[in-house]
Design a protein around this ligand. Structure first.
Ligand code: PMV
Length: 324
């Protein structure tokens, strides 16, 4: 049995940073994101009754070490739920530079959750698929759905993502790939350190629920300015919590700060644009679809041959076929 699924990355406007439970991948707070329409991950899962272990490859390259362990542990979880001892072959390909804070793990585990659960014969509701994807990578819970998506904090049962209605709010994102390499420290370890050592983490946990409420209200009234201001402020707060960790976690480089200045200058010039930054140095700029050219031109003027990705709102995960 072979199943192929496609999922897109998502970028959080209100971030997930810090777990309440590591094993179950439960977040300390809720979060809210935009699913992108670029850089999909395509994953095929084939059950192999003759195999004695799971095998996985990434763009044709065999996965090894901790990467393979993470995928295998996830497949074990799916197989166990299906009451199966059969192993799987996973073939996955991704168009986005991995490990650069561009949320490749979100698309990857959303696609893997959909393909693996179908291959093992589990008929999951979208909500249960989101709960399953969460176990692979927290933010993958959100890539199960398209558009604007909220992921709830809660227990295993209650921590799932769901789509949010956003009538009249058309969002786009310009991603400035300032450093495409692998990040110095993975989000899992960085979260762990922040939760364990940052004196600011408590303040983060206390403030996010109010920020989520304000964001939901801003979305409901299609208020781009409020959505943007909340987005940028939340990203600054997330990075502040990690700067307070021991030793500090700093993902920014000099270009990150320069890009924030470009975004601020856009606003002064009347181009509505707001920045957000994940677990890496890259800056993502939220704006209206009509403003992406102006934003991209300014980023290009500031950074000679920067790679720019322009995205609109994208779809949720879907099964695209029985085979690759
Ligand atoms: O899904 P993870 O464990 O890679 O964590 C994602 C963390 C951030 O991208 C920084 C924030 C978010 O909500 O996506």
């Amino acid at each position: 049995m072979s199943v192929t699924a496609v999922a897109h990355p998502n970028i959080a406007l209100i971030k997930y940073w810090g777990k309440a439970d590591e094993r179950l991948s439960l977040p300390a707070t809720g979060s809210l994101s935009l699913t992108l329409d670029i850089a999909p991950t395509r994953t095929t899962v084939t059950l192999d009754p003759s195999a004695d272990q799971h095998v996985a490859s990434w763009s044709g390259e065999p996965m090894t070490g901790s990467e393979l362990e993470r995928v295998s542990a996830f497949l074990d979880l799916v197989a166990e739920r299906a009451g199966s001892r059969t192993r799987a072959v996973v073939e996955t390909a991704n168009e986005i530079p991995t490990g650069a804070g561009l949320a490749s793990s979100a698309a990857g585990f959303a696609a893997l959750a959909a393909a693996a659960s179908a291959a093992y014969g589990l008929a999951l509701s979208p909500r249960d698929l989101s709960r399953l994807a969460r176990r692979g990578s927290g933010s993958a819970a959100r890539s199960v759905f398209g558009g604007l998506v909220q992921w709830h904090a809660g227990d295993d049962e209650g921590s799932f993502a769901e789509p949010i209605d956003a009538p009249g709010l058309d969002l786009a994102l310009v991603v400035a790939v300032l450093a495409p390499g692998r990040k110095a420290i993975g989000s899992r370890e960085a979260m762990r350190r922040t939760v364990a050592t940052s004196p600011f983490f408590g303040a983060w946990v206390a403030s996010v629920p109010g920020e989520l409420d304000a964001m939901r209200a801003a979305i409901a009234r299609a208020d781009l300015t409020a959505v943007g201001e909340l987005t940028e402020a939340n990203a600054m707060r997330m990075h502040a919590t990690m700067l307070g960790a021991v030793p500090p976690v700093r993902y920014w480089n000099a270009d990150t700060v320069a890009a924030l200045d470009v975004v601020a200058q856009c606003r002064r010039d009347g181009v509505e644009a707001y920045a957000t930054i994940d677990a890496g140095p890259n800056v993502k700029v939220l704006c209206r679809p009509e403003a992406t050219t102006a934003v991209a031109d300014r980023l290009r003027a500031a950074f000679a041959d920067v790679d720019l990705l322009v995205s609109g709102s994208g779809p949720g995960v879907r099964i695209v076929g029985p085979a690759a």
